[in-house]
Design a protein around this ligand. Structure first.
Ligand code: ZN
Length: 310
């Protein structure tokens, strides 16, 4: 069995309208789904990605309105990195972020930019040479050759001894690239996962923090992965239907919440692929709540809808 890189990364926001403006308009990702948190349907679950919401491009946010700012600590992912194709793209982004009032810095020794989202989450854009398919979205004001091309990897905080290494290398198929740094290769898409020493302060889940990362498996392997994780003592959950994919969750030994998610059925399962993310979609079991939820949730405008308007 082979994992195919990152499926999605899920974070927390306290303010969905600001979140949509930043990720869909400023960064140019496509808002591919407006739905609710299936475990707590009173709050939004927003999905961003490339044109179709392909695994490897998907960033999701739970909205907890008014949530206090969090901070990343041990056992939490603290930064996300997307790929760009060329140094010209990197310079385009340095200019675009500056014009949007987003402070950014060049990462020393790398062809990469580092900045923060409106709630303090650390993000990076890096020029990466890869044969992986580019996972880009079309967006007004962003030339297609400069678009974000899907995730490259993430970094997490962990103290010294890394008991996660066996799970990563022997069970999940990562290889160690450097001390505390791992790469997932050989599948349809590669990804990196690395640890840094955590800050002194304890981590706090809240606005601007990462909730979990999902790795992409294959539809026919999902049950076997769950069995395998169970056999090695990783305590996976039962398979859970997330409407757009099937999921199992487990915690890696350093404390980061992992998920394995399937590529199917994808985001076109409940709406026209040309109009993804333009209206609130609910799974059948929550349709009866639609009236109440539409009153409760702050209305959002997908920048794609606005751009299409004559
Ligand atoms: Zn997830």
């Amino acid at each position: 069995m082979q994992l195919d890189g990152i499926h999605h990364i899920t974070c927390i926001t306290a303010d969905a309208p600001i979140n949509v403006d930043f990720y869909a308009r400023v960064l140019g990702l496509r808002l591919v789904k407006q739905t609710v948190n299936f475990d707590a349907p009173d709050v939004y679950h927003l999905y961003y990605g490339d044109e179709r919401g392909a695994p490897g491009s998907i960033l999701t946010f739970f909205e907890f309105p008014g949530a206090a700012p969090g901070r990343a600590g041990a056992g939490m992912i603290h930064s996300l990195r997307w790929r760009l194709s060329t140094p010209e793209a990197l310079e385009f982004w340095a200019g675009r972020l500056e014009s949007e009032g987003v402070a950014c810095e060049h990462v020393p020794g790398e062809s990469a930019l580092r900045f923060r989202d409106p709630e303090g989450l650390t993000l990076e854009l890096a020029v990466v040479a890869t044969a992986d398919p580019p996972l880009a979205a079309e967006s007004e004001g962003i030339p297609s050759e400069h678009a974000l091309l899907g995730f490259d990897g993430v970094r997490a905080y962990s103290h010294g001894l890394r008991t996660a290494e066996r799970l990563l290398t022997e069970v999940m198929g990562f290889t160690q690239a450097a001390p505390g740094a791992y790469v997932l290769q050989g599948g349809r898409r590669s990804a990196s996962y690395a640890y840094d020493e955590p800050p002194a302060a304890l981590g706090l889940q809240g606005a601007g923090t990462v909730h979990h990362i999902a790795w992409c498996d294959r539809d026919s392997d999902h049950e076997a992965w769950r069995e395998h994780l169970h056999e090695v003592g990783a305590h996976p959950t039962p398979i859970i239907d997330r409407q757009y994919f099937l999921s199992v969750y487990f915690r890696e030994p350093q404390g980061v919440l992992f998920e394995l998610a399937t590529p199917s059925p994808g985001f076109a399962v409940d709406e026209d692929p040309d109009h993804l993310g333009e209206e609130l979609r609910l799974p059948p079991r929550y349709e009866h709540l639609r009236g109440r939820l539409e009153q409760l949730l702050t209305p959002l405008e997908n920048p794609r809808t606005r751009a299409a308007r004559p």
